[in-house]
Design a protein around this ligand. Structure first.
Ligand code: COA
Length: 411
């Protein structure tokens, strides 16, 4: 057994908006969102959820899936770019809500959508070090992607959290860290200045930055792989997943990877290669992005959750290429190996269950909810979820003397 991820869980807010409804309201052809961007629905955050509750809900499920006690956790990292305070970390709120002990290192990490990967790698290094004293790490990615009504980014919104238990001995997911390829560059492709509630995004430039980072990392990963194993990337990796600000990005990214690995091939030959590999190697990972939208730090790991729902135990023994990108920018291409622990994890999969229990909202409800005030008079918690809901256990109740207040349901 080696260090790695011993359980993963996802939390998705219980409301969604249909992209067809959004397209109709904005007088945009439905195919632009359906085909041009690849979206079907997007998660909408109700007034009782925020980055903290989503993180706590995902974390509690990951702890249960791993079958560990909370006092076994010695490191708690939350990665987010939509924190609730400029100083107090989301991780501290989560520590309090979950009742995680005081002898724990607790902090928040930010590097746009790349931050989750940084947190996972930090946690793996920690469990491999002498400092972990037999404890495990809890890593959480939690974000609300909100661009504002009537903006170009509006169809690419979403929200959700993914939590991971990282331990020094697991049979579930191991990374092959000697192979990891890194890239970073100081760019302004997506940013949110202090005081801004929504980001500023130079969307087309951001895609260019993403693809430049992917080029660089693909070459590096291929070189590392040949050096360490004698095998090429396309032979070694069974499934590819990419950070997805929108589902169609998977097409752009995979074509770019194929072109980088085959520089002498013409565009139509690359497109044919893409078509040949799409159904088997990529499609099963796209469901989350199509149904939920962008969840920033957790986006690429939501692809993993989608793949797990689709392929379950057949993933045992497979290698997965994970390309993580964050604006600003930073990127890492890594390879994860799925082990026998997938059998146990398969018993706890609940992503599809959460999608099925969501309530569809109207454009009017969405507009009220995502207007600047961010509150809703019409959507009430008791009308959407039961008081002992098994997924939405923690909820936000308001602000008192500048302090955010939370409560827990009966579950
Ligand atoms: N039918 C089918 N496809 C259509 C269409 C129609 N009627 N109308 C447009 N399209 C396609 C376009 O051809 C384009 O596809 P392509 O990129 O393969 O050429 C796609 O839909 C998008 O349309 P386009 O007009 O080029 O883009 P846009 O100005 O609407 O912006 C984003 C799209 C993604 C750039 C914008 O939504 C954005 O900035 N989102 C935020 C991205 C983000 O979060 N980045 C974070 C860093 S990762």
């Amino acid at each position: 057994m080696k260090a790695g991820i011993s359980s993963i869980s996802i939390y998705i807010p219980p409301l969604y908006l249909s992209h067809d409804d959004l397209a109709d309201a904005r007088a945009i052809p439905r195919d632009k969102f359906r085909i041009g961007l690849g979206h079907v629905n997007m998660a909408i955050v109700p007034p009782w959820d925020d980055t903290v509750t989503m993180a706590a809900n995902a974390a509690e499920m990951a702890i249960e899936t791993a079958g560990i006690d909370k006092d076994e956790i010695g490191l708690l990292i939350v990665s987010t770019e939509t924190g609730v305070d400029q100083s107090k970390p989301v991780a501290s709120f989560v520590q309090g809500l979950l009742g995680i002990g005081h002898r724990t290192r607790v902090y928040e990490i930010k590097h746009a959508c790349y931050g989750g990967t940084v947190a996972i790698m930090n946690a793996i290094n920690w469990v491999k070090s002498q400092h972990h004293r037999g404890k495990k790490a809890l890593v959480i990615t939690s974000d609300i992607a909100k661009y504002g009504l009537n903006t170009l980014g509006e169809p690419t919104q979403g929200a959700g959290a993914v939590a991971f238990i990282i331990s020094d001995e697991t049979e579930f997911i191991h990374f092959l860290p000697d192979l990891n390829a890194f890239y970073s560059k100081d760019v302004y492709d997506f940013w949110r200045p202090n005081g801004y509630l929504t980001p500023i995004v130079d969307g087309k430039y951001s895609i260019d930055c993403y693809l430049e980072a992917l080029d660089f990392c693909t070459k590096d990963l291929q070189d590392n792989l040949i050096r360490e194993t004698g095998k090429e990337l396309l032979d070694f990796v069974d499934y590819f997943m990419y950070h997805l600000p929108f589902p169609r990005m998977a097409y752009k990214a995979h074509c770019r990877l194929l072109a980088t690995l085959n520089p002498t091939l013409a565009e139509d030959a690359i497109n044919r290669m893409y078509e040949e590999s799409f159904t088997e190697k990529m499609k099963p990972a796209l469901m989350g992005s199509e149904e939920v939208g962008n969840i920033y730090t957790g986006s690429v790991y939501m692809c993993l959750m989608s793949l797990m729902e689709e392929k379950s135990e057949s993933l045992i023994g497979k290698n997965i290429g994970i390309f993580s990108y964050g604006s600003g920018c930073g990127a890492e291409f890594l390879i994860a190996h799925i082990g026998r622990g997938m059998k146990q994890q398969a018993k706890h999969l609940n992503f599809n269950k959460q999608l099925k229990r969501r309530k569809k909202i109207t454009m009017e409800e969405y507009t009220e909810l995502y207007s600047e005030q961010g509150a809703s008079k019409t959507i009430k918690r008791e009308d959407v979820i039961s008081t002992d809901d098994e997924f939405s256990r923690y909820f936000f109740t308001g602000v008192n003397e500048h302090k955010r207040q939370y409560a827990k349901n009966r579950n």
